[in-house]
Design a protein around this ligand. Sequence first.
Ligand code: WT7
Length: 630
Amino acid sequence: MQEIKNNEEFYYPSESVIKQAHIKDWNELSEKANDNYEEFWGDIANELDWFKSWDKVIDDSEKPFYKWFTGAKTNIVYNCIDRHLSDNRKNKLAYIWEGENGEFQSLSYFALYRETNKFANVLKSMGVSKGDRVTIYMGRIPEIVISMLACARIGAIHSVVYGGFSVEALHERLEDSQSKVLIVADGAYQRGKIVPLKEIADEALQRAATVEHVLVVRRTGQDINMEFGRDMWYHELMNMPFAKNKCDAEEMDAEDPLFMLYTSGTTGKPKAILHTHGGYMVGTYATLKYVFDINDSDRYWCAADPGWITGHSYIVYGPLLNGATSFMYEGAPNFPYPNRWWQMIEKYGISILYTAPTAIRGLMRFGDAWPGRHDLSSLRLLGSVGEPINPEAWKWYHKVIGSEKCPIMDTWWQTETGMFMITPMPCVPLKPGSGTRPFPGIQMDILDEEGKPVKDNEEGYLVIKTPWPAMIRTIYKDPDKYVEQYWSKYPDVYLTGDSARRDKDGYYWIIGRVDDVIKVSGYRLGTAEIESALVSHRDVAEAAAIGLPHEVKGNAIYTYVILRSGVNGSKELADELVKHIAHEVGPIAKPERIEFVDSLPKTRSGKIMRRVLKAKALGLDPGNLSTLED
Ligand code: WT7
């Protein structure tokens, strides 16, 4: 099945894969889409239900504030659920769920419809209405999906905060979004322990003034504080007379906001990326359909967390829009043993697995015997996302997990893009480590500092040159920042923040972030978030954070700290600072190392030169130092 072409290693899909694929000829589709991408997206949009059709597929009159499907009315949740009830999918499973403790639950499309409606009515009874913000903070349990869908059904804007974030991260997001309601779980199971989500939320709520109601899902069952008049149990509310079984989906304008999701950018605090009902719906629907080739016999598992964009687009919206059956698992991949994932693939007959390189590398470390004990033959497609996948991990995934018969969809995209942008489809030849080419209808390029396309195999700035339906609409409450961060380096071109190269076959190879974003285990963190957590400690005067290569995590965080005068660095203090960061931001932001220093390299205008720190740590030439102050 392997062939050598142009002296490079291509992995060709087998005939049976191609036979089943929605798209059998990438070039044909690409040409059609690139010729007229308005028509291409319009045709796909017509596969979904609209209360009223659009006047225009795309309106660029106020670019870069692009609008899609203007004049149209729809509701993404109507398309996720209601559409399937008359579609013979009423009894089909929408979700199969396993808890870390082995508990099991499944939800048919009809059950999801009922639970979503009931909870939508609960939210309404709390005074939540169209345009209100609701923050959701819990682990990977079915209620997170129900909460998101219930918000969207009544036109409220959800803001999911990843359950691995902690007090300050949650507080900032509650405050910035001015959320009226917080939906939280009492706790989450993680490696047999309980993450006390409600307790963390209580602390964050002391600093957040806008939250009127806290709705608490019981998951872990330990004693928690319930504040009278503010906190209410989800299961009690769902049994109230107002939690009626029916709640019509609110008619939304295609451009009405669906959700906001915070992510780290170049400077300062995380910013809320805003997505809408219409375009986001069309983009996630089409990409999942074509790339993962979803059909009714699949059992699809996206092992991400719903708290990140991967979960929003490809655990919740994309799969439901396609009427798919998804599997969801609450816990860690290697708990209690390193075969947990493989065991569940066998047990549930999973056919598509979509995960991150860090998880693959982490499981690869335990050796081939663990997956070898299980029958993984139900798998037919694999996926990867979040960071570049090194060829070694790719090949292991392909051989040991996919028995050399499952093509790997290495999908490049971002919180901002909402949907896959550079991605293979099952019908295309693959190169380990490359996401192949831009999705049909999307023009991308790699530019140099002056905005000229670079030559083959040269590194440059990865950009997007045509608008796409699931694109970010703005940064919530900060449209200027939206323009500045994404659209100001080159005219009319979207800047991704990544560097990349393209080979002679037109395949894209992502190199990494060129801004102050660090990808740790696929999680996106800003140097500013880590630094501000450090300086919020009483002993710290100044701090700098950088990412350095790490075998499993991709990148690990290294920090340099200047202490306040009179304070001495010690092992104990370093440990305390690590704990402090975990408490403020979350365990994912824990640095690998804290080094106490007397000074930091800065420009004359006082900006920390992180590239100098990085070069020094790696023993490399720091490059041009002419702007260095000292
Ligand atoms: C950044 C976006 C979008 C899902 C999860 C991440 C990196 C993402 C890949 C990939 C190489 C990748 C990029 C991108 N990235 N997918 N397949 N190959 N790099 O979303 O947290 O918004 O991060 O993740 O650097 O800019 P995100």
